[in-house]
Design a protein around this ligand. Structure first.
Ligand code: ADP
Ligand code: MG
Length: 249
């Protein structure tokens, strides 16, 4: 069953066509990787899907509903959640409090957070059990600036999950993560709920080929190729345009 459907999406900045008639669909629980050279339009496409950018043309449907004109927050409320290429963590605030804030955001109870302690305890409990599910309990009281990059990125994934997404958009979860911590991110990704559909933008081909059920290759704003990791690995056009042969050997 399709959870997300993008049809003939277009976006231009001035004269520059950045999203060129892109169509793609995502099934419940599917892991889709969006790859392509820098400037291919990956982040722009994710911004359009998440509602941070208006599309010039095309439609976006979530669970059969046309969401093309919905603002970003309404998409989030309906289960379409993204993380950012650049970190949005709140400095100085312990991890568990950040997750609690995300839960309050989901429940629409953020302004009650400090007033209503009766409400607050179940939220903290939920935040703790979410951290536990992701094996991040040891980070509960840590602030982002005291964390390794890899841990920060995992916390960002926890914040997104606190919103109970049906579709998660991950824009370069490995960005800035040193090689030695890459395994942490891969572990976090393998712990994601099985029924969650994921679109991941990532340059780390090792992660992409391990994680993805399907890969879409973007070039100059258009879909250059689409297929299983095996099909993409063998695709001569993709190899020529983007993937170094050595990487795929
Ligand atoms: N707000 C913007 N205004 C003008 N040009 C933009 C804007 N955002 C992105 N671009 C351009 O669109 C192209 C695609 O960018 P982006 O979506 O960030 O690519 P990617 O994420 O694949 O590296 C690039 O040429 C970039 O310079
Ligand atoms: Mg990008």
């Amino acid at each position: 069953m399709s959870i997300l459907q993008v049809e003939n999406l277009n976006k231009a900045f001035g004269g520059l066509k950045v999203t060129n008639d892109v169509s793609l669909s995502l099934s419940v629980g599917e892991r889709l990787a969006l790859i392509g050279p820098n400037g291919a339009g990956k982040t722009t496409l994710v911004n359009q899907v998440a509602g941070f950018l208006h599309s010039d043309q095309g439609t976006i449907s979530l669970n059969g509903q046309d969401i093309t004109r919905w603002p970003a927050h309404r998409r989030v409320q309906n289960g379409l959640v993204r993380t950012f290429q650049i970190s949005k963590l709140a400095p100085g605030l312990p991890a568990v409090e950040q997750v609690a804030m995300a839960i309050h955001q989901r429940e629409g109870s953020l302004k009650n957070m400090w007033r209503n302690r009766w409400n607050y305890k179940p939220v903290v409990d939920e935040a703790m059990s979410l951290l536990e599910e992701l094996r991040l309990t040891h980070l509960a009281m840590a602030t982002p600036e005291s964390m390794a990059y890899g841990d920060q990125r995992q916390l960002e994934i926890a914040l997104a999950l606190a919103l109970r997404p049906k579709v998660l958009l991950l824009d370069e979860p490995m960005a800035g993560v040193p090689q030695g911590e890459a395994q942490l991110i891969l572990n976090a990704l393998t712990l994601l709920p099985k029924d969650l559909a994921v679109i991941i933008i990532e340059h780390d081909m090792d992660l992409v080929f391990r994680f993805a059920d399907r890969i879409v290759v973007l070039a100059n704003g258009a879909v250059l190729a689409e297929g299983t990791p095996d099909e993409i690995r063998k695709n001569e056009v993709v190899r020529a345009v983007y993937l170094g042969k050595a990487e795929l050997a």
